[in-house]
Design a protein around this ligand. Structure first.
Ligand SMILES: Nc1ncnc2c1ncn2[C@@H]1O[C@H](COP(=O)(O)OP(=O)(O)OP(=O)(O)O)[C@@H](O)[C@H]1O
Length: 236
């Protein structure tokens, strides 16, 4: 498999958040602070788990890092880029450099596995053969012989493997995984976590994974706890 482009490294830190806050306005006029003055440095090439109960702010944190959502205040720096100061176009470019994996696999039902993996590259110029890259990735996630199958012909664990291959197709240095094992039985979850850890080790990808499950978080290099939008002050 072609190695991922590593996230540009600043003193070994891939992702840096300073005083990051996000408050949502609810329909009844009240507000809810989902990120409350977060300071966090995530090591380049490391596998970090963000753990906390439902509603604690895990997805919000990943969405802020991935620029799916915008903080009200604070700065987020990824590699050399201060994401929070980017304009619309640069933000879209930034998002396209990140791999996302979600609890629901979000594969396109009508497309073969190969075409699902290639999908993020549609309309983009790339310096490699996209079919070859997709085949290599499907091989790497153990589905090399299933490239012509449709998602409906796969188990949940296999679909998540395809979603991981798709997340890696552009060679991201940063992979954000939001409850990637939430829809899987514990055996299959273990296989997916081993796959993520292996990709992280082999390609130096920085992985940030949100989970409510401490046993899933244990598979990461580092565990960061969040509650009510605040990071646990205990050093992780
Ligand atoms: N777009 C939104 N509008 C309003 N409130 C939101 C929005 N997104 C998240 N929230 C609220 O922010 C808080 C944190 O949500 P978030 O999804 O980050 O938590 P979580 O830890 O990922 O939860 P879960 O484990 O259940 O997915 C929750 O109270 C949630 O209801």
């Amino acid at each position: 498999m072609t190695p991922s482009a590593p996230t540009p490294v600043r003193d070994g830190v891939a992702v840096s958040l300073r005083s990051v806050s996000k408050t949502y306005r609810l329909g009844d006029g009240s507000t809810l602070t989902a990120a409350d003055g977060i300071d966090l440095d995530l090591g380049a090439g490391r596998f970090t788990a963000v753990v906390g109960p439902s509603g604690s702010g895990k997805s919000t944190l990943l969405h802020l890092i991935g620029a799916i959502d915008e903080p009200d205040s604070g700065t987020i720096t990824v590699g050399e880029q201060e994401v929070t100061s980017l304009g619309r176009r640069a933000l879209a470019d930034y998002r396209s450099t990140i791999g996302f994996v979600f609890q629901q696999f979000h594969l396109i039902p009508a497309l073969t596995l190969l075409d699902n993996v290639i999908a993020p590259l549609v309309g983009r110029r790339v310096a490699f053969d996209r079919h070859e890259r997709a085949r290599e990735l499907l091989e790497a996630v153990g589905l090399g012989d299933r490239h012509a199958s449709l998602p409906s012909q796969l188990s949940g664990g296999q679909q998540q493997r395809v979603a991981i291959a798709r997340a890696l197709v552009a060679g991201p240095g940063l992979l954000l995984a939001d409850e990637p094992t939430g829809n899987l039985d514990s055996h299959t979850a273990g296989e997916i976590l081993a796959l993520l850890a292996n990709l992280q080790r082999t390609h130096g990808t920085t992985v940030v994974m949100a989970t409510h499950d401490p046993s899933v978080a244990d598979r990461a290099d580092r565990v960061v706890a969040i509650r009510d939008g605040r990071l646990d002050p205990a050093p992780a």
